[in-house]
Write a protein that binds this ligand. Sequence first.
Ligand code: OOG
Ligand code: NI
Length: 460
Amino acid sequence: MDPVRFMHPDTIRALFSTELSAMYKHEVPLYGDLLDLIAKVNTQTLGAQPTLADQLRRSGEEQRLSVERHGAIRVGTAEELQGMRRLFAVMGMYPVGYYDLSIAAVPVHATAFRPIEAASLRANPFRVFTSLLRLELIEDLKLREQANQLLRERSIFTPGVLALIERHECEGGLNDADARRFVQEALETFRWHKSATVSAEQYRALHEQHRLIADVVAFRGPHINHLTPRTLDIDRAQSEMLARGMNPKVVIEGPPARRCPILLRQTSFKALQEAVTFADGDDAVGHHTARFGEIEQRGVALTPAGKALYDHLLSKARRTLGAAPSAENAEDYAQILTTVFTEFPDDYSSLRKQKLAYFTYVVKNAALADGADLETLIEQGAVGFEPLVYEDFLPVSAAGIFQSNLGGSAKSGALIQGNRKQFEAALGASVTDEMTLYAQAQSQSIESCLRALEIPTDSA
Ligand code: OOG
Ligand code: NI
């Protein structure tokens, strides 16, 4: 990329997420209320925790606190998914991770389009969780054919955005004016359309098959279904949402509150019922429930061993609860989760020594270095370590988010197995394995410490 001719993809992504946020706030005013609430909770948390405030100020994170961390869309066909892949590439976002949602009896599989380089994540962390409908899971063959037909007839990209994507691909970037036009044109794909493209009867049939199928098939495009800012205190944000009658989902997804946060904790206000009209003018107005607002709090990325321990403890907690988390058992669930997770070491030193989490290493004091191996250098205080933030998603949590926003009670039992190969064929590319990225970031940081201390890397 030629930085003189072209706008940096990180800048295009930042512009896009700002515009998308403004559009969504306008479309879903309750989301604006959520942003206000989060800003307040974050300010209070920073006031109460001066060390955290300092740390965020030093890392430059403070100004970015209020920018959205992620959003989500759902597409219907391989062509649409490929189009999204090309569109996101303009903004430096690439498919990372494969998520099988069949565990929640939700007929989709997904990836996250996100920046990969640490510098890009720092510049703007925005990612989009992108699900592909699995039409083959619609049992009713006639309905499946109808859905197929509807998806084939729609075109979710404007001619303008397609032309600019092509220009980006041919020339290696977009100049300032084109990048700005790209952002405006791309927004159209994510916009809400309150007029369904189907008759009231067709809508009902699709909805009966699965609420999600109606959401994907019955509209002109893959409207953004939620955006997610970062909160510094998700437990507090959750109780504030409750206190303000914002109808939050019953439990916070993910691990319990800990001294050293791991992975990702999420909650949301539940999807709103919105008025829609139908193509045949029948029933004048109907209702559709799909769009919500979410918040997230991230912790350290876990190694495969750490992730296995997390999965084990999470299912142990769910087994102990004996039912899907609900309004009735939410307090029990929180209690059980906390108890079960006492088995997971809760200090960075143990997490690191037991190779449960990923870290980045930095030279703290070169003068103290006397030796060649990393552990010695750490003991001497020459090298320090910081937790590497988890940048991805969690399938069980995503399933919980889907379920509470699809209005249904939690279903158990897999629909069918996930199929990564099939997803990658539809995407027209393979998805990057997230663990590989964390492992690389960690080993690169070790190498650069050793280089800075003039220690040959093969001796460590
Ligand atoms: C996506 C749900 C998953 C998350 O944060 O785990 C998700 C959707 O509802 O389309 O966004
Ligand atoms: Ni989300």
